[in-house]
Ligand binder design. Structure first.
Ligand code: ADP
Ligand code: MG
Length: 725
């Protein structure tokens, strides 16, 4: 990048560090501010008549539907509360199949006969909205002539106020369904999957004598992201339009010094994080942890876990707030899975468990897991779920962005397996052999430094290479990608677990009905489950070649990319399982499959076109100009009667590179101009023909970058983007 542009960017950073926007740094009043912009339980209790409040709680906690009169009362209370906080508009906020969120704002304002206006909002408007649905991706479910789609208020997720500098809007989390009631979004199937999971989990709990009447999936999604200087971002067409760099030579220092993870957070970044947290706290999003990640300029934010539906809404809000707040601090937030080649990409670890209404975590092993029948049953069910639906789980995280990450020795491998740790693996081994005795214990950790308090030791070490790891009292689905809506992976986990728990409940109910003692039936079932599904357990190094070979011997799927993974979504087994638990019908699943393939094709198409554009408008002109300069220099030196060896050598290199680069650009442009039949065929074509050409063009472009002087190179470099902060 030229020195003038660089000076400009550096000035922004320097000015900022001397005077943060708004003058003084503000103290965070998290405790007081928390939830102040959310229409949460406390506000509902204070503002609703007792019986309406109770009815609403029944809906939230038990999934019972709310009658029209109660909805009217809730709408009025919600509107009054919002207007008192300065809101003028409301919006049904929903999650269409494309993965981002959508909103259309409507005003509360209603003109009156005397030429004035009042704020109005009734139950009908609260419950149902009707955006023009024809422009949302629908995977062929709805042709434009039957374009009706409705947004439907989700009473189980608290509304909040979106405060912008010019005004305030009431945001109402909503589902999005077609005229026929089919799901056009991610929330509707998620809610259905939560119901299915509750039903099946309760059957198991009932056998064990539990009084629980409701089970919830709980989620805590950790988000990784990059923050870079916004001036650099705005100078990179690839970052703006593709979310990742399509060119860029590796810097001399990448992440090899391993000095970034948990390192101290730069002042400006920390201020930005605090502002993000402040906004999220106010809306009742319980973000808790923040730290540096492995790559330079990479960070993470993690919330406290919540019920899955609310957790997913809050996760979407977190991504939106990160994007919106970063520019206020002169930063750009990158949520892409792989914004920079050569350094770690970003994921979203989806921590998942189940809890009954008393708050018991059903995956809590307690002190003596080998005697904890409830834990063993749920944990074994998880083994069955992941083994039986490994293909579906792999498909749920597939996408063009994640293809740059999975299986690349920095992220989980594309092979789905479960890390249990030594203690649990030992217990399950013993169960299979028919003799669960005492298991190894964690005990106390001796640090050798007497001034330090004694630490309790976990019974197993961590494993960073597993796509699906048991981490003490929950499972962590690590292969989820940073930019995706985590709803689909959560839906698939809920579904897979519903099937497994159904299987276990059915077996146990039959055994008990036949007069077998429960304890014995459970032991037999656990032993059979371990025998049938233990191949999914893997505690070793997921990055190794041996694991790939071993996984193949075990018959585990190794679906290397999106094109290989997506068909798993519509396998006969998966389709019938979705139908059986009423999570999605065949049309609904197929629609998601269509949308995903289309997204893959469009992503690669846009990226390839951007590369051609950048080649023509940035890289070639710069390189040709420099070529001329060198040629002029060679001529001048020769005319002076001196030896021009250095200039001649550079000129030769430039001529070769420019020729090859121009030819590769033309080749890619030709490949992109072509479409190849059905979406499936085109996806294969994109993977096999377009992507390799992009890789080749990038390689040549990066070599040109390394030859050109800084003044001539038109784009911010990796070193500038990742290290100037
Ligand atoms: P680590 O990733 O180091 O294990 P934590 O123990 O702090 O970190 O947990 C990470 C995430 O897991 C947090 O977002 C947390 O809320 C979430 N989590 C913890 N318990 C559960 C649970 N029972 N269900 C779902 N998520 C959980
Ligand atoms: Mg984690």
């Amino acid at each position: 990048m030229g020195s003038a542009a660089l000076r400009e960017a550096v000035k922004v950073i320097r000015d900022w560090s001397m005077t943060p926007p708004g003058g003084a740094t503000k103290a965070s009043h998290a405790i007081e501010a928390y939830g102040s912009l959310a229409f949460n339980d406390g506000v509902q209790r204070a503002r609703l008549p007792k019986e309406v409040y109770r009815a609403l709680r029944q809906t939230i906690e038990r999934g019972q539907s709310l009658d029209a009169a109660a909805a009217d009362t809730v709408a009025t209370a919600m509107k009054d509360w919002a207007v008192e906080h300065g809101a003028t508009h409301y919006t049904h906020w929903f999650q269409p199949m494309s993965g981002i969120t959508a909103e259309r704002h409507d005003s509360f304002l209603t003109p009156t006969a005397d030429g004035k206006a009042i704020a109005e909002f009734n139950g009908r408007e609260l419950i149902r909205g009707e955006p023009d649905a024809s422009s949302f991706p629908n995977g062929g479910m709805r042709s434009t002539f039957e374009a009706r789609g409705y947004t439907a208020w989700d009473p189980t997720s608290p509304p909040w106020l979106l405060k912008a500098s010019y005004g305030c809007t009431l945001v109402i989390p909503s589902a999005f369904v077609s005229w026929t009631g089919e799901a056009l979004d991610k929330k509707t199937p998620l809610l259905r999957s939560i119901e299915a999971l509750s039903t099946q989990a309760l059957r198991v709990l009932r056998l064990l004598g539990s009084a629980a009447t409701r089970v919830q999936a709980t989620c805590g999604p950790e988000q990784e992201y990059f923050l870079i200087e916004r001036t650099f971002y705005l100078m990179r067409p690839d970052l703006i339009n593709a979310g990742r760099t399509l060119f860029g030579a590796r810097p001399p220092k990448g992440q090899e010094m391993e000095d970034q993870y948990f390192g101290s957070i730069p002042e400006r970044v920390l201020a930005c994080m605090m502002e993000v947290e402040d906004e999220l706290y106010k809306c009742g999003v319980p973000v808790r942890a923040r730290h540096n990640e492995v790559a330079p300029s990479q960070y993470e934010v993690a919330p406290l876990f919540e019920h899955a539906n609310v957790a997913i809404d809050h996760q979407m809000m977190t991504m939106e707030v990160l994007k919106r707040v970063a520019p206020k601090f002169g930063l750009a937030c990158l949520l892409h899975e792989k914004p920079f080649a050569g350094v770690n990409g970003s994921g979203k670890h989806l921590n998942w468990s189940l809890a009954d209404e008393f708050g018991n975590n059903l995956l809590n092993p307690g002190d003596t897991p080998e005697e904890n029948i409830q834990f063993l049953l749920f944990c074994a069910a998880m083994l069955r779920a992941v083994d039986r639906f490994q293909g579906l789980l792999r498909a749920s995280i597939a996408g063009a962005g994640n293809d740059h990450r999975l299986g690349a020795n920095e992220a989980p491998p594309a092979i789905i397996s479960v890390f249990l740790g030594d203690q649990l693996t030992e217990i399950f081994d013993q169960i299979e052999a028919g003799n669960a005795t005492a298991a190894r214990r964690g005990g106390v950790l001796d640090t050798g430094a007497t001034v330090l308090p004694k630490l309790a030791r976990d019974a197993g070490d961590r494993n960073r290479t597993s796509p699906f790891a048991f981490t003490g009292n929950k499972f962590e689905f690590r292969a989820v990608s940073s930019s995706q809506n985590a709803a689909l992976p959560a839906i698939c986990l809920n579904l897979a677990m519903s099937e497994a728990l159904d299987h276990m409940a059915t077996a146990l109910e039959a055994a008990v009905a036949a007069g077998e003692p429960l304890e014995r039936a459970v032991r037999a079932l656990l032993a059979a489950t371990v025998r049938d599904h233990k191949r999914i357990i893997f505690n070793g190094n997921g990055y190794s070649d041996e694991w790939r070979e071993e996984a193949a011997r075990r018959g585990l799927l190794n679906l290397r990319d999106t094109v290989e993974a997506l068909p798993q979504l519509v396998s006969a087994d998966v389709l019938s399982t979705f139908e059986r638990y009423r999570v999605m019908n065949g049309r609904e699943v197929r629609a998601r499959y269509d949308v995903a393939i289309e997204a893959y094709n469009k992503t690669i198409n846009v990226e390839a076109q951007l590369m051609v554009l950048m080649a023509h408008r940035y890289i070639l002109p710069a390189s040709l100009t420099y070529q001329t300069q060198v040629a002029t220099n060679v001529n001048a030196v020769k005319a002076a009667g001196a030896s021009a060896t250095a200039g001649e050598r550079i000129l030769r290199t430039l001529c070769d590179l420019n020729d090859a680069f121009e030819a590769a650009t033309a080749d890619l442009a030709r490949a992109v101009a072509h479409t190849n039949g059905s979406p499936e065929n085109h996806a294969r074509y994109a993977r096999d023909e377009i992507l390799p050409r992009m890789v080749r063009l990038r390689d040549l472009g990066d070599r040109i970058e390394c030859v050109l002087p800084s003044e001539s190179w038109p784009l911010p470099t990796y070193r500038e983007m990742l290290f100037i902060k």
